[in-house]
Design a protein around this ligand. Sequence first.
Ligand SMILES: Nc1nc2c(c(=O)[nH]1)N[C@H]1C(S)=C(S)[C@@H](COP(=O)(O)OP(=O)(O)OC[C@H]3O[C@@H](n4cnc5c(=O)[nH]c(N)nc54)[C@H](O)[C@@H]3O)O[C@H]1N2
Ligand SMILES: Nc1nc2c(c(=O)[nH]1)N[C@H]1C(S)=C(S)[C@@H](COP(=O)(O)OP(=O)(O)OC[C@H]3O[C@@H](n4cnc5c(=O)[nH]c(N)nc54)[C@H](O)[C@@H]3O)O[C@H]1N2
Ligand code: SF4
Ligand SMILES: [Mo]
Length: 739
Amino acid sequence: MCPLCEATCGLSITLSDEVVTRVKGNRDDVFSKGYLCPKGASLGRFDSDPDRLTAPLVRRPDGGFDEVGWAEAFAAVERGLRGVSEQHGKDAVALYMGNPVIHTLALPLYMLVLRERLGTRNIYSSTTLDTMPKSVACGWMYGDPLAFPLPDIDRTDHLLVLGANPMESNGSLWTVADLPGRLKALRARGGRLVVVDPRRTRTADLADEHVPIRPGTDALLLLGIAHTLFDEGLATDPGSGFAGYDELAVQVKGFAAEDVADACGVPAGTIRTLARELAAAPTAAVYGRLGTCTTEFGTLTSWLVDVVNIITGNFDRPGGVLFGEAPHATRRPAEPFRTGRWHSRVRGLPEAGGELPTATLADEIETPGEGQVRALLCIAGNLVLASPQGERLDRALPGLDFMVCVDPYLNETTRHASVILPPPSALESPHYDVVLAGRSVRRNARFSPPVRALAPGRPSEAEILARLVLIASGKSADGDPGSVDETLTDLTLRAASGRPGAPLHGREPAALKRELTGDNALERRLDLMLRLGPAGDLFGKRPDGLNLALLKATPNGIDLGPLRPRRKEVVMTASGLVELCPPAITEDLPRLDARMRELDDGGFVLISRRQLKSVNSWSHNIATLSGGTNRCALEISTGDAERLGVTAGDLVRVTGRSGEVVVPVEPTDRLRAGVLSLPYGWGHGRKGSRLAHAATQPGVSMNALTDSSVVDPLSGTAVFNGVPVRVEKAEMAEVETER
Ligand SMILES: Nc1nc2c(c(=O)[nH]1)N[C@H]1C(S)=C(S)[C@@H](COP(=O)(O)OP(=O)(O)OC[C@H]3O[C@@H](n4cnc5c(=O)[nH]c(N)nc54)[C@H](O)[C@@H]3O)O[C@H]1N2
Ligand SMILES: Nc1nc2c(c(=O)[nH]1)N[C@H]1C(S)=C(S)[C@@H](COP(=O)(O)OP(=O)(O)OC[C@H]3O[C@@H](n4cnc5c(=O)[nH]c(N)nc54)[C@H](O)[C@@H]3O)O[C@H]1N2
Ligand code: SF4
Ligand SMILES: [Mo]
């Protein structure tokens, strides 16, 4: 399965002498049925990239790196991390977990235990650059921050997409192989697709209607829709099982379509029509993604997406939105959801999901005092390019006492590391989508064995993580990494067999453990999760159920059918009801109301975009995926370009609250006036990084312009869309002196 985006396409890979010669979509894959995008087709290039690190690097006193053996590298990590935590306490060590964590088998299976053993409050991840608003909304509404309702794309009659561009991103928080094909199929069967986006994206091109909203105002638009539904008698009371319907009608007062229209830049009539269409469609689903999450009102917007699904009768039903269902056992929250159980030291920002906002990591590193972050363990993260005001982190990271990165590249972020531990290629790792299987539009189970054996002496990513867990547990890094898995397996088996009512009550844990199969400790843990899952074989109790051996014998995967309504199983709020109006969310409405009144049309605002041939910040070293149409340019509306006196390729200077960049422009009729769009993930070519191809076309980092002091206050999530900036034509002389 392809690990490069959330679509999880099945691949068919040809090798000759251990080298990939061809990657095709696997036509027999039960889920993706042969679909492949240009990124997946280039997986062999990722694999053979000469800049991929093959041995650990340790920093020399003069600043350069030495290649060292693995034992030496782990010993250096042990000394470095232990030194900091012994001298300054556990909170002085911070952990960042980046986006690829959800695309591997190994990383998610060690993250919880690593977090626990580190014992630090300084836990950060890409979640607060991405999905945390949705998690906080779902946490308050359903009691489980990982219970995401997913649009039932194959059966819906009407899809309203806000702030997402699945034609290029292939979907997110929504695992759908071949989203482009499925969107086309929706249209072909007479369904309607509406896209709300300040930019006329490729998804908008496919849609029946495109609504070019002003950035950052989707919460207002959705309130206008909810208001219309009540106002015109189109809202449906979801009835028992739900709390807060009457209160919702009160909360949306003051946000009539006519009240919000100016702020959104969308006519009131359009907003009312959007509401009427949702109500009239036999089934409908509303979906919001990055353009709704990474804004100043991310949680309010994410909440309202679900509210509209619920009051149009489309929640938890085929053709509407349905909760995902992983085929393996997953952890449910132990206690009712809440946020703010602790706060960040410098800015007092609330914890959410056990994490502090990545937007405040630089504050925690730079600000002296008790609890200051002095060491960073960065796993699969490129913070310098990915976090808001990344240039500030670029300056802060060298001030750390110790930094260890688990990363295959010497890049913009890892160049600041004390030690880099490179994981092997995806093709040398077994794969199962631990995280994404639970967000898939169809229930299915697929396992990919490694297509090539690990080089002798090279640790798997699982072993790297297990050794980090040993270090975090105060043990020696050269201990037995398998002991970590043994402990976790024993705990799970005891819980599954101990209590009366437990699925395997009365069975002997040691005997169950002997039944587990797999080529290594990690695979045996996966086998355990599969066997205990909703479709598992329960160690023979459900003889046709899943286990790892069955998945290995079924290389094209097993389809378990479409999603099904299961609200009662999922909802675990304190009241046992779906909470339509959680006070922790609705108390943020006055802030939105105030914003609605103060919006002025004066300056430019910047939004982010993703490119079909890029994978976040780390694929620009792959020659087949960069160049041509995939370059870093600032899109600007044709009218604005004329007013500035610039044409395609001219350089402009863009100035944000935190910095500035000089970048070529690309005038387009795709953008609303006053909106600028910059691809995110560029800004390569920095001293000390080792990305030869990326350095030939570095582009600029969008996060040189973003502002880490602004977050969505309910979730702590960074703001990457609706960023105020100034733009002016760059004079050539000025640009020359800068170089
Ligand atoms: N301005 C702006 N900023 C954004 C966004 C935006 O839209 N606009 N989007 C945000 C979003 S949604 C996200 S998810 C974040 C992502 O930001 P990050 O969490 O930093 O993730 P990536 O940019 O994907 O960088 C991944 C890093 O992991 C390494 N890596 C790749 N594969 C593996 C692997 O298998 N194992 C390990 N250990 N490492 C690996 C890569 O070399 C790279 O250094 O960026 C956010 N930043
Ligand atoms: N090809 C490719 N695919 C990817 C990635 C990649 O880097 N490249 N990254 C993966 C990751 S980590 C993620 S999180 C997903 C993201 O998946 P998506 O959210 O689908 O991807 P984006 O391109 O960030 O789309 C955000 C859209 O929101 C619009 N937008 C910006 N501001 C606003 C606003 O205020 N309101 C509204 N309504 N729209 C707004 C933008 O114009 C853009 O079209 O993609 C994943 N898939
Ligand atoms: S759509 Fe995503 S999963 Fe499928 S081939 Fe492309 S990058 Fe890989
Ligand atoms: Mo993301």
